[in-house]
Design a protein around this ligand. Structure first.
Ligand code: R5P
Length: 291
């Protein structure tokens, strides 16, 4: 087998080290200097070995800066190999996968083009917002799921008569998969988001089946926390037990974690696709398997 080198971008250094260890690959770290005008200057700390190179970097906020750093690392790696696997644990812009309102730009398709023109030969992402997004890539792209790992983690927390809940119909399949790994049942709420203001509303009527049960709200990502807060307020009104949140990508913009806790959530559990205080579930194993 030829040598594998993992290059860890600054946005995913810890995850990249874990991945290198699992793959028994060499690890190349990066040095980052950000100039006063916001430009990034990246230096790789050593020369990658001959063979496959895996570039790991998430594109959470600052999204555009992290994206450009990812593209730069791919371009650098391409000088040493033509087999470049780009692992983007959290892919920003994944929600912009279609033209919701006339005139909108499908930015995800622009990003797919940028990744291949920078030199990526394959892309791996974790729990992409919607599988429709995969169609924008012209190079091989693979989505891996953190759901089994998240479900295993929640299972150890010994919830009372647990029920898995998706805050919206779009996440129904994810909730179903989570419930399968957890070994329980699931439901999906009906959420409506105003496409212009971003305001969220829960449209589901009264729900007897949540009464007295501990709930796990499962979502692909938390950004402002609006969806989770609205869902929790609704579920609490239905007299449920405790509410736990399991999500892959916890962006937690503007102290969203504190706002979510204030709405009645007992704990937020997320994956290390985005490093942070809630990111206790490691996805290096599922990524390693995909490689
Ligand atoms: C939407 O469909 C997604 O799955 C998430 O529910 C949403 O993007 C989370 O955003 P926020 O936390 O701002 O409500």
């Amino acid at each position: 087998m030829s040598a594998i080198t993992v290059i860890g971008g600054k946005a995913s250094e810890d995850l990249a080290r874990k991945l290198a260890k699992k793959l028994k690959a060499s690890f190349v770290s990066t040095e980052l200097r950000v100039f006063p005008d916001g430009e990034s200057k990246i230096t790789i700390s050593s020369k990658p070995k001959k063979g496959k190179i895996i570039v790991v970097n998430s594109t959470y906020p600052p999204v555009d800066t992290n994206l450009l750093q990812t593209l730069s690392l791919i371009a650098k790696a391409r000088q040493f190999s033509n087999q470049i696997i780009c692992v983007i644990p959290y892919l920003g812009y994944a929600r912009q996968d279609r033209e919701f309102l006339p005139g909108e730009i499908v930015t995800l398709s622009v990003i797919a083009k940028l990744l291949s023109s920078a030199g990526a030969s394959k892309v791996i992402v974790v729990d992409m917002h919607s599988m429709l997004g995969l169609n924008h890539f012209t190079i091989p792209v693979r989505n891996v799921s953190a759901v089994p790992e998240l479900a295993n983690h929640l299972k150890k927390m010994r919830l009372k008569n647990p029920l898995v809940v998706s805050p919206d119909l779009g996440g129904k399949e994810r909730a179903k998969e989570f419930a399968k790994f957890y070994g329980t049942d699931y439901i999906a709420l009906q959420k409506q988001r105003d496409r212009k203001t971003g305001k969220v509303q829960i449209m589901t009527g009264n729900l007897d089946e949540v009464k007295g049960r501990d709930l796990v709200l499962v979502d692909d990502m938390i950004s402002t926390g609006g969806s989770i807060i609205k869902a929790t307020q609704f579920l609490k009104k239905q007299k449920c037990g405790k509410v736990f949140v399991a999500c892959t990508h916890a962006l937690l913009i503007d102290n969203a974690d504190q706002k979510i806790k204030k709405s009645g959530v007992s704990a937020i559990i997320s994956a290390n696709t985005i490093p942070g205080s809630t990111s206790v579930v490691d996805v290096s194993g599922v990524i390693a398997k995909a490689i």
